[in-house]
Design a protein around this ligand. Structure first.
Ligand SMILES: Nc1ncnc2c1ncn2[C@@H]1O[C@H](COP(=O)(O)OP(=O)(O)OP(=O)(O)O)[C@@H](O)[C@H]1O
Ligand SMILES: [Mg+2]
Length: 338
């Protein structure tokens, strides 16, 4: 992990409470959206925050982007405190929050970018080249003269990204950058995000587990306002087990006694039976990667009358790792790896 001097973003004890509106006139319990978050994003990396709805991802990003004031704790961006040096922070960050706000629907895409370039003080002689490069980078070149109100959600999202990059910020903060994009467009956008590093630093949020796995150098899993794990994608997978799963495909739906026998002989913490609808086939998933697991389990299945169709070893998906962590079964303390 990088030292503070090499960090682009540092947050310590960051907290944000909201008072629900209907309780405005009486003292009620606040909603704790973000509860004492510590993170350090090293320069030149893509850092992902992954978590379920309402986990506190957007609230964290807004505090780091100076759009929301922290209730407690502090954060610095490029060494500047988000509460005390807002202007210095804003100059250095490009933020994508998505949605319909923040773009001008009545004017063409290209003029939106020219407008924001002027707003951010991009020198006039650099503007045109940069606008064209960003349109090209986000795949909007052919559509640049169209009014933004006619754009699809995915096209607006790409324009939001171009806008976030218009002043050539050293730190790019993206809230769910690929939301609303079709699979091809998402692949392209992820390539654009990846191309930003190591020159820039990227902090992003996502619901897409495969996206975090593919895109991020480090991932923080956030749940109920707290970081419950922070590591490399591979490290996150290691946290929840051996890293491998044995999938055994059998004909029929093994009865409970057979599954219990498999549990006993495999010594695995996790054995699950997934009945697949097609042709009365089931999949047995066993966490663990030892060859002897299949050597012990296959004879049990055959003896109990369930022909084995296939045995396959695979890596634990980030989705499985994520579910295990957010279900609380394998919670680790915040900042365990920092
Ligand atoms: N302005 C607000 N007023 C009251 N509560 C809020 C406000 N903004 C967020 N919250 C609450 O704070 C919690 C965290 O919300 P946040 O938007 O940060 O989550 P998120 O991780 O971005 O979720 P999602 O994946 O759905 O975007 C939620 O319980 C949410 O209802
Ligand atoms: Mg959000």
């Amino acid at each position: 992990m990088s030292s503070t001097a090499e960090a682009a973003i540092v947050a310590s004890g960051l907290r944000r409470e909201f008072y629900p509106r209907h309780r405005f006139f009486r003292a009620g319990e606040p909603i704790v959206a973000v509860d004492s978050i510590d993170l350090m994003v090293g320069k030149g990396m893509v850092f992902g925050m992954l978590g379920p709805n309402g986990a506190g991802k957007t609230t964290t990003i807004k505090m780091i982007s100076t759009l929301l004031v922290p209730t407690a704790g502090r954060a610095t961006v490029a060494g500047y405190d988000v509460s005390r040096a807002e202007q210095e922070v804003r100059k250095r960050i490009g933020v994508l929050l998505g949605g319909d706000r923040g773009l001008y629907g009545k004017i063409p895409a290209v003029d939106n970018l020219r407008f924001f370039a002027a707003l951010y003080g991009v020198p006039a002689d650099l503007t045109e080249e940069r606008v064209q490069r960003l349109l090209d980078m986000t795949g909007l070149t052919g559509r640049q003269q169209e009014r933004v109100e006619g754009f699809s959600r995915g096209m607006k999202q790409r324009l939001h990204l171009a806008k976030a990059l218009i002043h050539d910020p050293e730190i790019v903060i993206l809230d769910e950058p690929t939301i609303g994009l079709d699979p091809d467009a998402a692949v392209q956008l992820r390539a654009v995000v990846r191309s930003l590093v190591p020159e820039k630093t990227v902090l992003l949020t996502t619901h897409y587990l495969a996206e975090a796995d593919e895109l991020c150098d480090r991932i923080a899993i956030i749940d109920q306002g707290r970081i419950i794990a922070e590591d490399t994608p591979a490290g996150i997978k290691r946290l929840v087990g051996s890293g491998s799963v044995l999938d055994i495909l059998v004909r029929g739906h093994p009865r409970e006694t057979t599954v219990d026998a498999i549990r006993l002989s495999s010594h695995s913490d996790s054995v699950s039976l997934v009945p697949l609808d097609r042709d009365g086939v089931s999949r047995i998933e066993i966490a663990g990667d030892c060859a002897w697991i299949s050597e012990r389990v296959v004879p049990i299945l055959i003896a109990d009358g369930y022909p084995v169709l296939e045995v396959r070893r695979r890596e634990v998906s980030l989705e499985e790792a994520f579910l295990t962590l957010t279900n609380g079964a394998h919670r680790v303390s915040a900042g365990a790896s920092t």
